[in-house]
Ligand binder design. Structure first.
Ligand code: ADP
Ligand code: MG
Length: 688
């Protein structure tokens, strides 16, 4: 080792990788591409898979399409060129005495220099043919003589993610040597929790690191992963709880419980009775608003469960108490809809409702503009000394801008929270002096994500839909069935209903029949005539969006062609058909949101998912929606199929990346981590 003096003071595992012998600047550069910079990074470099090299499959016993590891001696090799020397195939023939195996690589002629006749080679791959036995692009490793062979053979051998120029065998040796030197120094991060052995039956962290790289059994690899994942989750939960504790010691709650003088008349004129679930949630909210710390609450409820009314009651509590309220929604369409509803609801009570939106890009291209459009924009009409009468301001991201800074902001409500980043939530809250915060989401969040992403929020759930809703039937259809689908749509329109038709793109149709809404608009005006067709997408001007939505609400426009812009919040009970073309391009959770736009009135509703005929796999995925309307079930399925990024959307910053933790599978570990982090915080460290 060539440890430079300054590094001696650093904890051994935090030392740079270059302090290891054999790691020069060039290799260090390659390792950095794998995000390996310190000794600890190296020890936590997770194998991609393991290869059982205690037993090789004889070449004669290889099965078609079945991945296997085999070994043999190179008996022939060479590159063949074709198409005027622009394409090539490198072929290597292995023989192990039982049979021969042809290994082929296309357009990688330089592979030739890595092998020679007589070399002993290990190959892992899937035979694509048996006459002759052939593997395309197998993973290979040349067996070298040497003392180190015990590292690479006769064991479950780790196969690491690599980068070009970094040999598997070299990296494995490096891990082995580093482990031998530093294993003892892998610290137990939370010794007071006694995680090893005991009730949790986990290895120590040091053991886990060894088992990660050189497991004795397949079970070892999972035990190691679980231990290392638990450490990640504990660390995260500790941060979450620390944040919450800091907040609670600093922030005093504004008294916002209200006295019912608005809520009573509001509920009386509403026209329906709150469901039990809504009432239960309101009790929880009132408790929070009368508590010592500002409310930090997530309200979860499936699409159509009636979160808006709950938000209105919560707003009224703060308004009754003399504080301002801000409500932020992710799209102008939704902000305007809320503005309409809340004006109708609160206007008669003498409460001022204002709207602040800016023309903004909707993620479909176009440049962001920050022109702020403000209706009744007198947010700052503060007369000196006198306090402005409590106002509800509804808006989009425009509320985040500097111009919006009301004094006495008592409550912030964020609708469709999953469309905003965690940072934006905090930005709005900082506008006041620790206002109460209610965030609402209709994306049912799998518990694992909820505990990680919304860990510092208390959670309320509306787990029942209002009564008297028609059923929603869902059908998956291939594009060749569109004529029948349109005939069906026309019949429903003739009965007086309305339809949403959703396309993935705005202007340009894509390859493979991906449709764009503006193009379809032209043809569908004819297909659906005499019924009026409207067009809604993010590139329209706010006024145009407003007009088409107003016409749709007034039932003048009967078919609304849109992008997924209407995914969130839009509420038009007479619309009973949701037709989505190129449905295979959307995530399940997103489709469920879109489907939530229908089934809001007493009529039966129909969701038709039209998918390209070729993508059989996609159609199988879509069938989940045919089978269930349970948003939680769908979100879990989406998480498993597409991972958390898809479920949360691009905008969800603040989501940590895990090396070992798996948000789709580790609910139990995450719950454990949460308990353990509480113990760490409180100093009580015995595990029950
Ligand atoms: P979401 O939870 O998806 O935001 P909304 O708040 O938009 O749902 O509510 C969906 C529809 O249900 C609205 O038209 C709303 O007025 C209506 N609604 C809400 N609560 C009730 C209730 N208790 N009884 C009947 N209808 C209700
Ligand atoms: Mg809503």
């Amino acid at each position: 080792m060539t440890a430079a003096a300054p590094n001696q003071s650093i904890l051994p595992l935090a030392r740079p990788i270059t302090t290891l012998s054999g790691v020069g600047p060039e290799r260090a550069g390659l390792l950095a591409r794998l995000e390996i910079r310190t000794i600890e990074d190296l020890l936590l470099h997770r194998p991609r898979r393991y290869e059982d090299r205690r037993q090789f499959r004889p070449i004669a016993q290889l099965q078609l399409d079945e991945p296997a590891t085999t070994r043999g001696t190179v008996v022939a090799l060479g590159v063949k060129w074709y198409q005027k020397h622009t394409k090539s195939v490198f072929e290597l023939i292995l023989d192990d005495g039982s049979a021969r195996l042809h290994c082929r690589w296309w357009n990688l002629p330089f592979m030739e220099k890595y092998f020679a006749v007589g070399d002993e080679v290990i190959a892992f791959g899937k035979p694509v043919a048996l006459k002759p036995r052939t593997m395309d692009h197998p993973e290979t490793e040349v067996v070298e003589d040497g003392e180190e062979n015990f590292i690479h053979f006769n064991r479950l051998t780790p196969i690491y993610p690599l980068t070009e120029g970094l040999p598997q065998r070299w990296l494995r040796s490096l891990v082995w040597r580093t482990l031998a030197r530093f294993e003892e120094q892998v610290p137990e991060p939370w010794p007071e929790l006694h995680l090893a052995g005991g009730t949790l039956n986990l290895p120590t962290r040091a053991q886990a690191v060894r088992m990660l790289h050189f497991p004795e059994t397949v079970a070892d690899t999972e035990a190691a992963r679980r231990r290392l994942a638990l450490d990640e989750f504990i660390e995260l939960q500790r941060q979450i709880q620390q944040r919450r504790q800091n907040f609670e010691t600093r922030a005093r709650a504004l008294p916002c419980r209200g006295d019912n003088h608005h809520i009573k008349p509001f509920l009386a004129q509403l026209g329906f009775k709150l469901t039990e679930a809504q009432t239960k949630v309101l009790r929880e909210l009132r408790q929070d608003l009368s508590g010592p710390h500002p409310m930090r609450r997530l309200l979860q409820g499936d699409v159509g469960s009636g979160k808006t009314v709950v938000a209105a009651c919560c707003a009224l509590m703060a308004l009754e108490s003399g504080y301002h309220v801000a409500l932020m929604a992710p799209t102008e369409v939704l902000a305007e809809q809320h503005f309409g509803n809340f004006t109708n609801w609160l206007g008669p009570l003498g409460i001022a409702v204002e709207l602040q939106t800016g023309s903004r890009k909707t993620g479909e291209g176009g440049s962001p503009k920050s022109k702020v459009q403000s209706l009744k924009s007198n947010v700052q009409r503060q007369e000196s000394g006198t306090r402005q009468s409590p106002t509800l301001t509804i808006g989009t991201h425009a509320l985040l801008e500097a111009g919006f800074a009301p004094e006495h902001l008592g409550l912030v409500i964020i609708d469709e929270q999953h469309k905003f980043g965690v940072a934006q939530r905090e930005q709005l809250v900082r506008k006041g002096h620790y206002p109460h915060l209610l965030v609402m989401t209709a994306t049912p969040i799998p518990r694992t994500l909820g505990l990680t992403l919304y860990g510092e929020l208390d959670v309320s759930v509306i787990d029942e839909l209002p009564p008297g809703r028609g059923r929603i039937k869902t059908f998956v259809r291939t594009a060749d069935k569109l004529p029948q689908v349109w005939a069906f749509v026309r019949d429903r329109l003739a009965e007086g209903r309305q339809v949403y038709v959703v396309y993935p793109r705005v202007e340009e149709a894509g390859p493979n029949g991906v449709k764009a809404v503006t193009k379809e608009f032209e043809t569908l005006q004819q297909t659906l005539a005499p019924f009026r067709v409207g067009l809604l997408h993010g590139r329209l001007r706010p006024k145009e969006k407003e007009e088409v939505m107003a016409a749709f609400r007034a039932r003048e426009v009967r078919a609304l062609l849109a992008t997924s812009l209407i995914e969130v919040g839009v509420d038009v009970p007479n619309a009973t058909i949701m037709l989505i073309e190129n449905a295979e391009l959307f995530g399940l959770a997103q489709l469920h949101q879109l489907r939530g736009r229908i089934g809001r009135g007493a009529h039966d509703s129909y969701c038709v998912l039209v998918a390209a005929a070729r993508s059989k796999e996609a159609r199988t995925r879509l069938q989940v929606l045919e089978e269930t309307t349970d948003g939680f079930h769908i979100a879990e399925a989406d998480l498993k199929l597409r991972g958390p990024g898809e479920l949360l959307g691009q905008q969800q910053s603040g989501m940590p990346r895990f090396r070992f933790g798996d948000l789709a599978a580790d609910l139990e570990l995450i719950q454990q981590a949460r308990h353990l982090a509480v113990r760490l915080q409180s100093g009580a460290t015995t595990i029950p």
